[in-house]
Write a protein that binds this ligand. Structure first.
Ligand code: NAD
Ligand code: MG
Length: 383
């Protein structure tokens, strides 16, 4: 079998580094063709020397010389800047693009990769939140498959194997509830970023860890699920499951439910997306029932964690509202991480932006770009 040639966008992050572990474990199946990073030049150089891609992109132009000086000796091409990131996905030798970069920055590279008919392994959920309709239409037109890497969506995708002729009645996205499950608004007022950055079950990048603490992550995932599985808002439910063993469930028309379960470990959904439709062996730790005598479930608290309610509102109204929510949230999370605002302000800023930034029912790509800029500008005035 020919090796699959992979471009990893965001190779220095949490998903990116775990994807490289998967590649290393299955070096006979996968070959790294492209690696990209925002500014972590040292790690990008190390990765490139080890995995020998054809090309790398460093988005932060001030780091370009450092990377290029080392990698030219290894015969690896180095490019810089956002434009290069958006172009490199089109390289003829690339089969699969793993979008493991964070935030709105994933949108244009993903669009270009789809136009170039590359299979997408999608970790960058923000892309589907910002422009889910545009992306799914484009993927259909180009015959491109989008394979989910997010663990909940990966779980649903696995449950749907062999079920393509059967209607989904409903899906349940499981949520750990984050570090502040059960807390009241009063208790959340003075939460520090150090507290919010400690996730009980998953070790992830800073932005998604804060999103998990505010339940924005689950809100973004509800929107992501709509586009990946073509569902109506009322077909998507969220259930809090603090042990994170059931990664999500599908309920079919006959009432039967399928779940995908296992220990929380992102290497599994990454590997499945890369190897699909095949399963590859894995040395990961196996689930032991006796370690988890109780799996528990709760309703999410959508009043305290208002972001989840905002996400459903964005889903109901459609248009550019989810793009507004995403942009506001990116600005607010950054401000929280810089100690400029409190924990509860994040959702307040998101709500204000959704109320104030102009709504567009049928946005074009240019409208999304403008909406993103406007929502960011407005969010910054609230900080
Ligand atoms: P991270 O912060 O650990 O890594 C982000 C990567 O993207 C880094 O390589 C960084 O250099 C690059 N990057 C950051 N900003 C960029 C920009 N403006 N332009 C280009 N590159 C940029 O993030 P992560 O936790 O690996 O998450 C990546 C994506 O995967 C996010 O969309 C997240 O929601 C999603 N995801 C992550 C996990 C997880 O377990 N970490 C689980 C599910 C989904
Ligand atoms: Mg997830």
């Amino acid at each position: 079998m020919e090796k699959k040639k992979i471009a990893i966008l965001g190779s220095t992050g949490s998903i990116g580094t775990q994807a490289l572990e998967v590649v290393e474990e299955h070096a006979n199946q996968f070959q790294v063709e492209v690696l990209t990073a925002h500014s972590n030049a040292d790690l990008l150089i190390q990765q490139a020397i080890k995995f020998k891609p054809n090309a790398v992109v460093i988005v932060d132009e001030t780091k370009y010389q450092q990377v290029a000086d080392v990698l030219w000796e290894h015969d690896i091409k180095t490019y810089k800047g956002e434009a290069a990131l958006a172009q490199v996905v089109e390289m003829e030798s690339v089969d699969v693009v793993l979008t493991a970069l964070v935030g709105y920055a994933g949108l244009l590279p993903t669009i270009n990769a789809i136009k170039a008919k590359k299979t997408i392994a999608l970790a960058n959920k923000e892309t589907l939140v910002v422009a889910g309709e545009l992306i799914t239409i484009l993927a259909r037109e180009n015959g491109v498959v989008i394979l989910p890497v997010d663990s909940e969506h990966g779980a649903i995708f696995e449950c749907l194997v062999g079920e393509h002729q059967n209607k989904i009645e409903k899906i349940y996205l499981t949520a750990s509830g984050g570090p502040f499950r059960g807390k009241s608004k009063e208790e959340l007022k003075n939460i520090t970023k150090e507290q919010a950055l400690k996730h009980p079950n998953w070790n992830m990048g800073a932005k998604i860890t804060i999103d998990s603490a505010t339940l924005m992550n689950k809100g973004l995932e509800v929107i992501e699920a709509k586009w990946l599985f073509n569902l109506k808002p009322e077909q998507i439910d969220v259930i809090v499951h603090p042990q994170s063993i059931i990664h999500s469930l599908v309920q079919f028309e006959d009432g039967s439910m399928k779940a995908q379960i296992g220990l929380p470990n992102m290497r599994h959904p990454i590997q499945y997306a890369l190897s699909f439709p095949f399963r590859l062996p894995s040395k990961s730790q196996r689930f032991n029932f006796m370690d988890y005598p109780q799996l528990t479930f709760e309703e999410p608290d959508k009043t305290t964690f208002m972001n989840l309610t905002l996400a459903y509102e964005a889903l109901e109204k459609g248009g550019n509202l989810a793009c507004i929510l995403n942009a506001a949230n990116e600005v607010a999370v950054e401000a929280f991480l810089n100690d400029q605002i409190g924990f509860l302000d994040i959702a307040e800023i998101n709500q204000r932006c959704m109320q104030e930034v102009s709504f567009i029912q049928h946005p074009t790509y240019e409208d999304y770009v403008k909406t993103n800029t406007r929502a960011r500008e407005f969010a910054k005035t609230l900080i």
